[in-house]
Design a protein around this ligand. Structure first.
Ligand SMILES: Cc1ncc(COP(=O)(O)O)c(CNc2co[nH]c2=O)c1O
Length: 409
């Protein structure tokens, strides 16, 4: 696979030129959010400057242009993840809202006492807390597929939990804490075999590798624009059309209706049934521009670059001798991030020292508190990579470790 021209890519991100205390920023917090290339910013500015209007096909040129752009952004997303069409693509605010849409529209209506909600121990709070609360409200039980010491899912345990009592299987595609790449097709197959719904949280996968939802076969797949070089304020819920047709909306208003009388209302076609009110129009334009930008580079090349940088970071950190790294060894089972702790140094102190060196990493629980409890640590430091990161930036991170040791350990 042809390596990325990282220098040329970096030229499209002015933010990467920023300096603090005379040091150029080293941005290694991409699992929290990625930076936004000029092409995306320009596309959104162009929208606001030239064809800003409300959608749903108002009777004037600007509304027609905005409506077409908004609707066709759904087509572009469907094409990007190989969904059947725009009817299977719902724009939400983010991955969290996508998970909540399924919970409110399907979970609260369909789950019954005794049903089993199968999650994994590495779930992000966006799915873990959501399904935990839905289970409480419906009397369903939550069970968690165990994570092994090497950060992989215990698939024997998965096969044990996903039986005919399982109603839902919700799993993260790539863990935003461990970097683990989960066997989502296998999980979707297991769910289907036992009549359970499958939901995949793809927030750390769609930006970073080729994703084909038809090949994965899950019923739902969720991700966010801001983690894939796109804008904040827009997320995607992919759902199989036959399921979405059956589901009742849980947010009501204009744009999602077909007919309204004083006595009752009927709902519009997919995906509009789940998109009430004025939608994130500029964000949809930005998301489409981000997809164009990513595909211009190539998702397989992006995956290869991230895996190479993550491998390098893993090896440099492991060589330090006092660093505990969480998750699988570098390779096909690890995405483009490394979470770790340095003996005797709290993650927050480490991140603070990193910041003194203008290295931006994330310290905390990464919205996976139960997983950190299981790991036996209150927090971890996470370096997460994207298309514009380099080995030299990993070196800058590793060099900052000595300051932290001298100060804190
Ligand atoms: C795997 C995963 N699932 C869900 C979410 C939620 O996405 P949102 O709804 O767009 O916020 C995130 C965001 N992860 C992180 C956001 O900040 N630090 C993170 O690790 C994530 O990494």
């Amino acid at each position: 696979i042809e390596p990325l021209d990282v220098a040329a890519i970096r030229d499209e991100f002015p933010i990467l030129e920023r300096e603090f205390d005379g040091q150029q920023v080293v941005y290694l917090d991409n699992a929290a959010t990625t930076q936004t290339p000029d092409a995306v910013v320009d596309a959104m500015s162009d929208y606001y400057r030239r064809y800003n209007s409300n959608v749903h096909r108002g009777i004037h040129h600007l509304s027609q242009e905005a409506s077409i752009a908004y609707e066709e952004a759904h087509d572009r997303v469907a094409d990007f993840i190989n969904a059947d069409g725009r009817e299977e693509i719902i724009f939400t605010k983010n991955t969290t809202e996508s998970e909540n849409l399924i919970a409110y529209s399907w979970g609260l209506n369909e789950l019954e006492p005794g049903d089993r909600v199968v999650l994994t121990e590495m779930e992000h709070h966006a799915s873990l807390v959501t399904w935990q609360q839905v289970a409480k409200q419906t009397g369903a039980d939550v069970e968690y597929i165990r994570v092994d010491d090497d950060g992989r899912l215990d698939m024997d345990h998965a096969r044990e939990l996903i039986d005919d009592d399982a109603a839902i299987v919700s799993a993260v595609h790539v863990s935003n804490t461990l970097g683990t790449v989960n066997p989502v097709s296998e999980l979707a197959d297991l769910a289907r075999e036992h009549g359970a719904l499958s939901i995949i949280d793809g927030a750390q996968a769609v930006p970073n590798r080729p994703v084909d939802v038809s090949e994965i076969g899950a019923d739902f797949y969720a991700f966010s624009g801001h983690k894939m070089a796109g804008p904040t304020g827009i997320g995607v819920l992919y759902g199989k059309q036959e399921l979405l047709e059956e589901m009742e909306p849980y947010l009501y208003g204009g744009g999602m209706i077909r007919k309204v009388t004083f006595d009752e209302s009927t709902w519009g076609d997919l995906p509009w049934k789940f998109e009430p009110g004025t939608p994130p129009i500029a964000e949809a334009v930005g998301l489409e521009a981000a997809i164009d930008w990513l595909e211009e580079i190539g998702m397989d090349r992006i995956q290869a670059h991230e895996e190479e940088i993550a491998r390098y970071a893993y090896e440099q950190l492991a060589a330090e001798g006092d660093v505990e790294i969480y998750g699988p060894e570098p390779g096909p089972d690890r995405g483009g991030l490394v979470s770790f702790n340095v003996d005797g140094v709290h993650a927050h102190d480490l991140a603070s020292i990193m910041n003194d060196h203008t290295v931006a990493v994330r310290a905390g629980d990464h919205c996976t508190q139960p997983l950190h409890d299981k790991l036996g640590v209150p927090a971890s430091t996470r370096a997460s990579f994207y298309v514009y990161n380099t080995r030299e930036e990993v070196d800058a991170m590793v060099e900052a470790l000595d300051d932290a040791r001298q100060l804190f350990s």
